[in-house]
Design a protein around this ligand. Structure first.
Ligand SMILES: Cc1cc2nc3c(=O)[nH]c(=O)nc-3n(C[C@H](O)[C@H](O)[C@H](O)COP(=O)(O)OP(=O)(O)OC[C@H]3O[C@@H](n4cnc5c(N)ncnc54)[C@H](O)[C@@H]3O)c2cc1C
Length: 466
């Protein structure tokens, strides 16, 4: 039996499982759709309840995974198809690596192409509060440190393809052959690594087990019209606030209003923005918001000493080691004002953002004219989880999260033999729980490989006696 494992998704869940298996001497094929690994943890500033710097604790793991001799890493790649052999249960996976238009074998990661690229677009990684270049890596600590060219926004590629398709004339106004626009990266790349002709590549890998670790997303603010529907510049989601808090983020850790760059003196955090809301189809608790909101309010108070933080909550859930104490610290030591109630409406009022809610303890209507509002929007599964579920015939619940075979006794196992789960793809969870589950999934794979060895040795012995 093949003793390699395919892991889909290289957030902290996929990385932890990959390292556990690789360090036990087995080969791992780790597939990540983004240009670099780390998932959402790479976007975080500090982590509750210890306030460790997220990048500092993540980077040693991304670097180890990126250089491990037993880990074959495919970034900017997705699973295209997967077939299971009925004879031996072995999987044959086809992996598509998207064209990066940069030859990574020649690229040294010097960053000159990014520096010289003259065009900027909104960055998904920075959650809309900061730009990135058209040639980019996700972050300065990216693993692998190899950039990709965003073809949809690249002037050179778009004008080249327009000329090839006859959409723009092949001759310029002087009758000379027209040249594609820009090309600054080609001009300055010291190793000639820019490759305009690069195509998507397909790789085939055979493995004996699979772990799906495709993670989570946040519910889009655009679908919360009563909270401004994503149209009020100073209403942002919690991941955008993480990027603002992060030293490597677009504001270098300074808290600034996206609208005018001013330091906000009153910040309102709204928990359960979409979670525990059956009308929107998310009846469940997103589980991590109470804790990360407390963390963000504390960190805001550390940055803006004369600022006031308010937290609207339905009720507070803090079921982890040191979590209750952390919440108490937010209220007592850092004077974060907790208001029990649901926010009904958020709207622009002059240069302020008015937050209207009801305090369910005093039954009074509360209105706060805030400088900045941070929404703890619901944790939802990544859209690509549905594709992975379809390819591997995995079960998902009514909310789109993967469903374990047996929640009590096999919480990492799927309904398909030799396929396991790890992390937030199964449902909202924090980093410690994600890591514990990923190590659990790795242990399941290692036990399976061990039992394969035992059964083939037993078979050989039976054959010898015949
Ligand atoms: C605002 C905020 C603050 C937080 N703060 C904390 C904190 O302080 N402490 C704490 O413990 N937790 C915190 N968390 C929770 C933490 O982010 C998660 O526990 C953790 O990121 C889950 O890791 P994961 O690997 O399961 O998922 P993800 O981080 O989502 O990683 C999944 C990876 O899979 C990749 N992927 C998805 N689909 C595919 C596919 N089809 N093919 C290939 N790759 C794919 C994705 O690109 C991604 O890299 C916070 C979360 C939020 C939203």
């Amino acid at each position: 039996m093949n003793q390699r494992v395919l892991i889909i998704g290289a957030g902290i869940a996929g990385i932890q499982a990959a390292l556990d298996i690789a360090n036990s001497g087995f080969e791992v094929v780790l597939v990540e759709k983004e240009p670099s690994i780390g998932g959402h943890m790479a976007q975080l500033s500090e982590t509750f309840p210890t306030l460790d710097c997220s990048q500092c604790i993540l980077t040693p793991r991304t670097v180890e995974a990126g250089h491990h001799q037993n880990i074959q890493l495919y970034t900017y790649s997705e699973l295209e198809s997967i077939q299971k052999s009925p004879e031996n249960g072995q999987f044959t996976a086809r992996i598509r690596r998207k064209a990066a238009y940069i030859n990574w074998d020649l690229c040294t990661g010097c960053g000159v192409c990014q520096e010289k690229c003259p065009f900027k677009v909104e960055s998904d990684f920075e959650r809309g509060i900061g730009p990135r270049k058209v040639v980019y890596t996700l972050s300065p600590q990216a693993v692998p440190n190899k950039p990709v060219i965003d073809a949809a926004n690249c002037r050179y590629l778009q004008s080249k393809w327009d000329m090839e398709a006859g959409r723009i004339p092949a001759l310029d106004k002087n009758g000379n052959p027209a040249k594609p626009k820009c090309g600054a990266c080609v001009k300055f790349c010291p190793t000639g690594a820019i490759d305009w002709e690069q195509q998507d590549e397909i790789f085939e890998e055979t493995v004996g087990a699979v772990i799906a670790a495709t993670g989570f997303d946040l519910f889009p603010m655009q679908r919360l019209p009563e909270y401004g529907g994503g149209r009020i510049p100073d209403v942002i989601d919690a991941l955008a606030f993480e990027r603002m808090l992060a030293a490597s983020g677009p504001t270098a850790g300074k808290i600034r209003r996206p609208s005018d760059g001013r330091e906000p003196k009153e910040v309102v955090f709204v928990q359960c923005s979409g979670s525990r809301d059956p009308e929107r189809g998310m009846p469940y608790c997103s589980k991590i918001c109470c804790m990360y909101t407390a963390k963000q309010a504390i960190l805001y108070r550390h940055r803006v000493h004369d600022g006031q933080a308010y937290v609207f909550y339905i009720d507070v859930r803090a079921g982890g080691k040191g979590y209750e104490e952390f919440l108490n610290r937010a209220q007592e030591q850092d004077q974060v004002a907790y208001l029990r109630g649901k926010v009904g409406k958020i709207y622009q009022e002059g240069d302020k953002v008015r937050v209207r809610g009801v305090d369910t303890l005093t039954r009074r209507t509360i209105e706060i004219d805030a400088d900045l509002v941070v929404l703890a929007t619901a944790v939802i599964p990544r859209a690509s989880s549905a594709d992975v579920a379809r390819l591997l015939a995995l079960d998902s619940d009514e909310n789109g999260f993967f469903t374990a075979d047996n929640e009590e006794f096999n919480p990492m196992g799927s309904s398909q033999a030799r396929v396991f789960f790890a992390g937030a793809a199964l449902g909202p969870k924090d980093i410690p729980e994600t890591v514990a589950q990923a190590s659990g999934a790795a242990a399941k794979v290692l036990a399976l490989f061990q039992s394969d060895v035992h059964s083939s040795t037993a078979k050989e012995k039976v054959m010898e006696t015949l």
